[in-house]
Design a protein around this ligand. Structure first.
Ligand code: 4AD
Ligand code: MG
Length: 432
């Protein structure tokens, strides 16, 4: 009976004979001893084949191994403190499963980013990409755990929608006889309906923005997590955001130490991420920025450079609160203390990573919301159901959206978010 083992679980098989299946990543032979380094997605393993210990056929198969040849290697698991995972395999048999021609596109040398993105389906096999994927997986799981532990209900909201949520570009499609449908820019409006039904909810889904921005922070398809809480005001909303971000950073630090090391992340920059985060009003931020030489005027949205300037003096993310109404979406609640502004905050990651979270208290006054929909020239008939949430038992409620890719790029210390998702969608890229 063959025992198949994955590389990460070889510790359970110390001394036993197992078969490991994977892809060759490094090959080296002295003519008497051959070394095959295998990758199987869970780790890497050095397999050692000694010519005089194997039959001729097995030895001859080594010559057919090339970069990315898939193989099944059988042998004894031996503890070896020098080996990457702590074990190596003393080979007794080697079977070639799939050969790999010598023109494998990604070679151990520097490649340009466009070339790598064109070959994303193969680039994913590299150790760095595996590390990023594992951090992403851990962060996604941590998000579900965070909300599950706090009694939030996970609600899936539609991708095809008629109501426009944000002021970003829209992807449109004809929807049978119903007119134009849009790919969701946000799940929030539906999240609000769910909060009135279930109390505290969160959404976790893909969102789409036809933004013609070629920055290192923009994808046209990205994943967003949007909690929405009945009876939360904006202060409570920000407390929750702070708690979530600290939770995610701690989780990555404790469970992804090896991956962060692979990514050469300076984790001291994450260890300082503890609550409370500074809360700066937009108005004060403008004053600070002007003093630092920015040309920003009250009323403008913060540009990427402004955001970087603002967080430069901080060792943790920073909230910028209460933006001017004109700079933000229609659904944000007017600030009673200064009606030119709304009760909202953007959470800016430090180290210049920019906006990671956008959140607000929602306008719960029926008439004010109608007024805002008119001012924004949005099609009133698409918002009838949304206005019903204010008509039938309006309620104080707040929520936010955290961008998954931006958060993970920041945790991993990556300069661009395109590597954080397996198959990035950008203005000039829809394949592979
Ligand atoms: O600030 P945004 O547009 O807020 C909303 O969509 C609200 N409906 C959220 C809410 O209150 N429920 O987007 C929220 C976050 C941003 O802070 C950013 O992290 C991310 O989504 N994001 C993007 N990430 C990658 N590519 C893009 N094009 C993004 N646009 C926004
Ligand atoms: Mg925003």
């Amino acid at each position: 009976m063959t025992t198949f083992a994955r590389i990460e679980e070889l510790g359970k098989h110390d001394g036993a004979t197992v078969t490991v299946r994977g892809w060759c990543t490094h090959l080296r032979s002295s003519g008497k001893i051959a070394f095959i380094v295998l990758r199987d997605g869970t780790g890497t393993l050095q397999c050692v084949m000694v010519k005089k210990e194997v039959d001729d056929l097995t030895w001859a198969r080594y010559a057919d191994c090339t970069l990315e040849t898939s193989v099944a290697v059988t042998g004894a698991v031996r503890a070896d403190t020098r080996a990457p995972g702590g074990y190596e395999l003393g080979v007794t048999t080697l079977e070639i499963i799939g050969t790999s021609p010598l023109d494998y596109p990604i070679q151990p040398k520097e490649h340009g980013i466009d070339f790598l993105l064109d070959n994303r389906h193969l680039w994913l096999r590299s150790p760095k990409q595996r590390a990023i994927a594992r951090v992403r997986h851990e962060v996604e799981q941590a998000i579900h755990d965070f909300f599950y532990e706090r009694g939030f209900l996970h609600v899936d909201t539609p991708i095809l929608t008629a109501a426009i949520g944000e002021r970003a570009g829209l992807f449109e499609t004809e929807y049978f006889d119903e007119g134009t449908a849009y790919l969701a820019q946000t799940g929030q409006l539906y999240g609000e309906a769910a909060a009135a039904a279930f109390g505290r909810i969160y959404t976790f889904g893909p969102t789409f923005r036809a933004e013609k921005s070629k920055t290192r922070r923009h994808l046209t398809e990205f994943w967003m997590i949007e909690p929405e809480m009945a009876w939360y005001d904006q202060a409570m909303n920000q407390d929750l955001q702070e708690e979530l971000v600290c939770f995610l950073v701690q989780r990555a630090l404790t469970r992804c130490a090896a991956e962060l090391k692979e990514l050469e992340r300076d984790v001291s920059k994450l260890e300082t991420v503890v609550a409370p985060f500074p809360r700066i009003s937009y108005t004060d931020a403008v004053t600070t920025l002007q003093a630092k030489g920015s040309s920003i005027q009250w009323g403008d949205d913060l540009g990427a450079e402004d955001e970087a300037l603002l967080v430069a003096d901080h060792d943790r993310p920073v909230f910028v609160c209460n933006y001017p109404k004109e700079a933000k979406a229609f659904y944000m609640k007017e600030n009673p203390a200064d009606p030119r502004t709304v009760l909202c905050a953007d959470l800016l990651a430090h180290e210049g990573y920019g906006e990671m979270i956008g959140g607000s208290q929602r306008e719960d006054d029926y008439d004010k919301l109608v007024q805002r929909i008119k001012e924004e020239k949005l099609p009133m008939d698409a918002y009838g159901w949304y206005l019903d949430l204010r008509k039938y038992g309006t309620f104080t409620h707040s929520g936010f959206g955290i961008g998954l890719e931006r958060t993970i790029a920041w945790i991993c210390g990556l300069p661009h978010i395109r590597e954080v998702i397996a198959f990035p969608r950008m203005m000039h890229r829809v394949r592979p």
